[in-house]
Design a protein around this ligand. Structure first.
Ligand code: DGY
Length: 325
């Protein structure tokens, strides 16, 4: 008898092929978010489950899913589930670190450059047919090379973003709870307090996980510390930034622009942010490369097979963990 598996969303084909060979699916996954009741029903029928960052899994669901042995979260961030409740009931929870570090760091840079150089506005202008040719004053952006990059959260993804900054001859400042051990990063990455980093940086990029401590870490007070020419980039989790305060700061010219891949209440986007030309909006695609998404699925399956075989899960999350967003 193959073990039963619940998958809340359709995963890329190479992963689904392995799933169909090794498991009995509770139901065929769709490419849409399940309703809370469908999610709960699926989890209650399975030995193992793969869930995504849009699935809110609370203590009641965790306690109701008595048969479930492992919840493999198809993401590195795990703010979507009640980890303490899972641990209290002995349910193993895993995530997918490392395999999406490069794709997320690359996307951060794509968003950073596109925001600084107004790439999306340029594309829209050309497609509109209204472009009248080269102009000395058209779509003027801001230089990235040689500027100061402030990284909030120097975990795997923050460090990968920092490494890429070397090609742009940038000064890299970072902030997190503790400075990196000297051996971890080059001396050129300079530690700052949060406010120090905000005051000195030309571009600030966020790479902390969402926890009660980091919710609204960047709000009105923090935005006021930033330079009026500064850009804010967020590819971590939306609620780390107070979107209302960000909309106000952009409208008032407190900061110059923002590039966002994540939102406080996905898929809803703050109405003011959605109409400001100095904001670039992406649909949470940090890890959206075929390679990363297949690898994330394979990691989920490795963890599930380990637990069902009675072995330790290689990527088990423990309640005190932090990690990347
Ligand atoms: C993650 O893994 O946390 C990402 O946000 C998913 O793309």
């Amino acid at each position: 008898m193959r073990p039963t598996l619940y998958i809340s969303r359709l995963l890329p084909n190479p992963v689904m092929a392995i799933v169909r060979e090794r498991f009995q699916l509770v139901q065929e996954p769709l490419d849409t978010l399940p309703s809370p009741s469908a999610l709960r029903a699926g989890l209650c029928q399975a030995d193992a489950a793969i869930v995504t960052l849009g699935d809110r899994i609370d203590a009641a669901t965790i306690h109701a899913a008595v048969r479930l042995k492992i919840l493999a979260n198809y993401a590195v961030g795990y703010n979507n589930l009640d980890l303490a409740a899972a641990q209290a009931r002995g349910l193993i929870v895993t995530n997918t670190p490392d395999v999406l570090t490069d794709s997320t760091a690359d996307l951060t840079w794509a968003l950073l450059l596109a925001t600084a150089r107004r790439i999306v506005e340029g594309d829209a202008l050309v497609r509109s047919g209204a472009w009248t040719g080269w102009s000395p004053t058209q779509l003027l952006g801001t230089d990235v090379s040689g500027k100061t990059l402030g990284i909030i959260g120097m975990g795997r993804i923050g460090q990968a973003v920092a490494q890429r900054a070397a090609g742009f001859r940038m000064t890299v400042l970072y902030h997190q709870r503790q400075p990196l051990a000297a051996a971890t990063g080059p001396q050129k990455w300079e530690y700052r307090s949060l406010h120090g980093l905000l005051e000195e940086s030309d571009i600030v990029t966020i790479h902390v996980p969402l926890t009660p401590d980091t919710r609204h870490l960047v709000g009105a007070r923090e935005l006021r510390r930033m330079k009026p020419t500064a850009l804010l980039i967020n590819t971590a989790r939306g609620p780390i930034v107070d979107e209302g305060a960000l909309a106000e700061a952009l409208t008032q010219g407190t900061i110059a622009g923002a590039g966002l891949d994540v939102y406080e209440d996905e898929p809803v986007v703050h109405h003011t942010l959605a109409r400001l030309h100095q904001v670039l909006l992406l649909p949470h695609i940090g890890s959206a490369t075929l390679q990363a998404r297949v690898s994330m699925g394979l990691i989920c399956l490795d963890n599930i097979l380990a637990v069902l075989d009675g072995r330790p899960a290689p990527n088990q999350i423990h309640a005190h963990g932090g990690g990347d967003a």
